[in-house]
Design a protein around this ligand. Sequence first.
Ligand code: TYM
Length: 333
Amino acid sequence: MEENRKVLYSGVQPTNNLTIGNYIGTIKSWRSLQEDYDCIFAVSNMHAITVRQEPAEFRRKTLSLAALFLACGVEPEKSIVYVQSHVPAHAELCWALNTFTYVGEMERMTQFKDKSAKHADNINMGLMDYPVLMAADILLYQTDVVPVGADQRQHLEIARDIAQRFNNVFTPTFKVPEGLFRKVGAKISDLQEPTKKMSKSAENPNGAVFLTDDRDTVIRKFKRAVTDSDAEIRYEPESKAGVSNLISIYSVFAEKSIEETEREFCGKGYGDFKLAVGELVADKLAPIQAERERLLKDKEYIESALKTGAERAAKIANRTLAKVYKKIGFYQL
Ligand code: TYM
C-alpha cells in the first residue's frame, strides 16, 4: 500500500448469482479505481450467513466470487482481495461497535425491514446487526471512500454515525468514510418491474440478468423487458422507468453518456433498442465469464491471492482494533 493515497473499501456477499446490478453498481469501476486508491475488496461471507446458506454451495460461491473479482480486473498485486471471515478483527470490532449502536436505529433500517418480511421464519440477530458488521468492515481500514450502489446508502450513513459517535466519546479514532455512488447506474432496476431494484433474489428470473447468463438468455431477457406504450427512447426515470433503466444499462456498458445513447437510438423502435442492449451486455459479459472459468481451474492461484490478501488486511485491521481496545479500556497485558 502506498503512503498518502486514499483508502477505498468495498465488499460483495457471495449469495445467489450476482446480477448486472451488482456489477454496474460497484465491481465494474474497481479496475480503474485501483489506479487512484489503495483498494481493499472483500468477499463478505460473514454478512451472507444472516440468511441460511447451504454449506458446500456457500464455500463454492465464496471462491467463485473471488475469481469474479479477479476476472473483472482486480489485481492482487495492487489491491487487497480477501474473504471477510479470514480476518477475525471484523467480528471483534463489530462487538465493540454494537455498544455504540442503538436497537431503534437498526430496527429502522430499510434492508432489515425488507429482509425480515422476506425471511419471516428467521429474523435472527445477525440480520439486525448487519449494518454494524458493515461499519466494522469499513472503519477497520480507516477507509476514505466506499463505492457501492444506492441501496447501501443507509448502511453507509450509519457507519458514519457510529464512527462519529465513537470519535466524540473518545478521541478521533476512525476516519469518517464517504460513499462513492455512480452518477448513472447506482440503482439498476428489475427488467420486469422497473420500479424495483434488480436483485440477486429476484422472484421473476426474467427480471434480473445474472453475470453467469449465457448470450441467448441475456438477449432473451432484454427482449422481454417491460417498457411503455409511448415508443420514444428518452431518459425520464419517473415516467419511463423501464426505458430509462435500459438507457442507463446501455450507457454504462457502452461507456457513453445518457444523451449520447438517446441520440444513437433517436427515432428507433423499442424492439431494435432492446436487442442492441442485450447484444452489448452479452458481448461485455462474455470475456469476464471466460476469464472467471479459466481462473476457477487454478484454485491454487486464487487461494494464494486470498491468503496474502487476508494477511495484509489483518495487519491493517489489527492496528485499528488495538487502538479501539485501548481507548475503551480493555485491560492490556
Ligand atoms: P450486495 O452483495 O448486496 O451487493 C453488492 C454491491 O452491488 C450493489 N447493488 C446494486 N447496484 C446497482 N443496482 C442494483 N440493482 C444493485 N444491487 C446491488 C450494492 O449496492 C453493493 O455495492 N452490504 C453489502 C456488502 C458489504 C459491503 C461492506 C459493501 C459488506 N461490507 C463494506 C461496502 C463496504 C451488500 O450486501 O452488498
